[in-house]
Design a protein around this ligand. Structure first.
Ligand code: NDP
Ligand code: MG
Length: 392
C-alpha cells in the first residue's frame, strides 16, 4: 500500500489524482489531503478517502473551518506550515505537489530534504528554483517524478535509449484557444474566451497560461532543469490535437513519442506507481476511429511567450523566479480585468528587462527576486492606447 499525500487535493490535478486512488483501493491510500480555502470540498473528500490528516493552508479560511465536520480519525492542521509538516511525515511514501504557483516551493523543498518520492505537477516551483531543487533531491536521494503531461511523456520516451544518444527533446503545445487569432483579435480577447481551453480542462491559472503560451515557456524552463538539456536542444511544436504529449529524438533520427487522449490521470498514475504500469481510469485511444495528428513549427513571432521561455532557460539564476512571479501577478490582474490579454506578456517582459540576473546558490536570493518581481508587476501600468472613436 502506498501512502500518498496530495497537496492541493481540491484542484484539477488533485481531483484527478483522487480518481486514480479511487481506482486502486488495494494499492494506494490518501494519507493526507490539503486545500487552500475550499473547506466543504475538503470535508467531502475526507469522508470518502478517510485520510489521517487534512489541512487548510489559508489562515483565515482555517480559522473559520469547523473540524467537528471531519470524520473520526482525521486530524485537522492549519496554515501553510502544515503542508511542509505533511510532506516530511514518516508515513508518507509519495508527496503529490498539486498546488498552483510558487506556494508549492516550501513543501517541495521540505519533501526533497527528507528524501521523499515527489510527484511534481507544480511547474512554477521548478521554474523558480529548478537547479536548487534538483540538486537538493539528488543530495538527499529524493525521487522527482514529473506529472506535467509533456515532462511525463519525455521521461517515458527517454527510456527508449541512453541519455548520451538523445539529440533533442520536443515539447508539444496545443496552441490554446487563440492559436489562429490575429494580434488585433488577441488585443480584445476576454477572460471568458481565454478560460475556454480546446483540449484540456484545468485550473484557471494554467488555462490562462495556455492561452498566452506562457505555459509552454514555463515548461521549457521546467524541462531544462528536470532533464538537464540546454535550451538549444529543446524544441517546441504546435500539435492541436493534444494526443502526442511530447517526443524525444535520438541521434540516429528515430523519434519516440508518447501518445494517449488528453487525460491527466495517465501521467498522475504513472508517477504514483512508477516504475510499474497498471490498468487505470485514463481514457484510451480508440483504434476503431480515424485520428489525424498535425504538427506545425512554433513560431516565436506569433507566440512571443516562447521567446521569454528560451531566454530564461538560457539565463538561469534568478531569471526563472522573476519570470514566474511576474506572470503569476499578471494572470491575477488579467482575471481581475485590470489588464488586457496581451498586457500579460508586456508586463512579464518589462519586469524581466528591468531585472539583472544573479546566480545565487541558496534559496533566499531567489525568494527575494520573486518578491521584487511581484512588487514591480503590481505597479506596472499598461501603455496608453490610442483612442479610436466609435463608428458613427
Ligand atoms: P487548481 O487551481 O485547479 O488547484 C490548485 C490547488 O492548490 C487547489 O487544491 C487549491 O486549493 C490549492 N491552492 C491554491 N493556492 C494555494 C496556496 N497559496 N497554498 C496552498 N494551496 C493552494 O490548479 P491545477 O490543479 O490546474 O494545477 C495545479 C498545478 O499543476 C499547477 O502548478 C499547474 O501548472 C500544474 N499542472 C496542471 C495541469 C492540469 O491539467 N490542471 C496539467 C499540468 C500541470 P483551493 O481549492 O482551496 O483553492
Ligand atoms: Mg503541460
Amino acid at each position: 500500500m502506498r501512502q500518498i499525500a496530495i497537496l492541493g487535493s481540491t484542484g484539477s490535478i488533485g481531483t484527478s489524482a483522487l480518481d486514480v486512488i479511487r481506482r486502486h483501493p488495494d494499492r494506494l491510500s490518501a494519507i493526507a489531503l490539503t486545500a487552500h480555502r475550499r473547506w466543504e470540498v475538503l470535508v467531502r473528500q475526507a469522508w470518502e478517502f478517510r485520510p489521517r490528516f487534512v489541512a487548510l493552508s489559508d489562515p483565515a479560511a482555517a480559522r473559520k473551518a469547523d473540524p467537528a465536520q471531519l470524520p473520526p480519525g482525521t486530524s485537522f492542521l492549519r496554515g501553510s506550515d502544515a503542508l511542509s509538516e505533511i510532506a516530511v511525515h514518516e508515513d508518507v511514501d509519495t508527496v503529490l505537489v498539486a498546488i498552483v504557483g510558487a506556494a508549492g516551493l516550501r513543501s517541495t523543498w521540505a519533501a526533497a530534504e527528507q528524501g521523499k518520492t515527489i510527484a511534481i505537477a507544480n511547474k512554477e516551483t521548478l521554474v523558480l528554483a529548478g537547479p536548487l531543487i534538483v540538486d537538493l533531491a539528488r543530495r538527499h536521494r529524493a525521487t522527482l517524478l514529473p506529472v506535467d503531461s509533456e515532462h511525463s511523456a519525455i521521461f517515458q520516451c527517454l527510456s527508449a535509449g541512453r541519455r548520451e544518444e538523445v539529440a533533442r527533446i520536443i515539447l508539444t503545445a496545443s496552441g490554446g484557444p487563440f492559436r489562429t487569432w490575429t494580434r488585433e483579435e488577441l488585443e480584445q480577447a476576454t477572460v471568458e474566451q481565454a478560460l475556454q481551453h480546446p483540449t484540456w480542462a484545468m485550473g484557471p491559472k494554467i488555462t490562462i497560461d495556455s492561452a498566452t503560451m506562457m505555459n509552454k515557456a514555463l515548461e521549457i524552463v521546467e524541462a531544462r532543469w528536470l532533464f538537464d538539456f540546454p535550451p538549444e536542444r529543446i524544441t517546441v511544436v504546435i500539435h492541436p490535437q493534444s494526443i502526442v504529449h511530447s517526443l524525444v529524438e535520438f541521434q540516429d533520427g528515430a523519434v519516440i513519442a508518447q501518445m494517449s487522449p488528453p487525460d491527466m490521470r495517465l501521467p498522475i498514475q504513472f508517477a504514483l506507481f512508477y516504475p510499474d504500469r497498471l490498468p487505470g481510469p485514463a481514457r484510451k485511444m480508440n483504434w476503431a476511429v480515424p485520428y489525424c495528428l498535425e504538427f506545425e513549427p512554433a513560431d516565436t513571432e506569433r507566440f512571443p511567450a516562447l521567446r521569454l521561455g528560451y531566454r530564461v532557460a538560457a539565463a538561469g539564476g534568478t531569471a526563472g523566479a522573476v519570470l514566474n512571479a511576474a506572470n503569476e501577478v499578471a494572470v491575477e490582474r488579467f482575471l481581475r480585468r485590470e489588464l488586457g490579454f496581451l498586457d500579460i506578456l508586456r508586463l512579464v517582459e518589462a519586469v524581466l528587462d528591468e531585472h539583472k540576473v544573479e546566480y545565487p546558490d541558496a534559496l533566499q536570493p531567489l525568494l527575494d527576486a520573486d518578491a521584487w518581481a511581484r512588487r514591480r508587476a503590481r505597479q506596472w501600468h499598461p501603455p496608453a492606447r490610442a483612442y479610436s472613436a466609435p463608428p458613427l
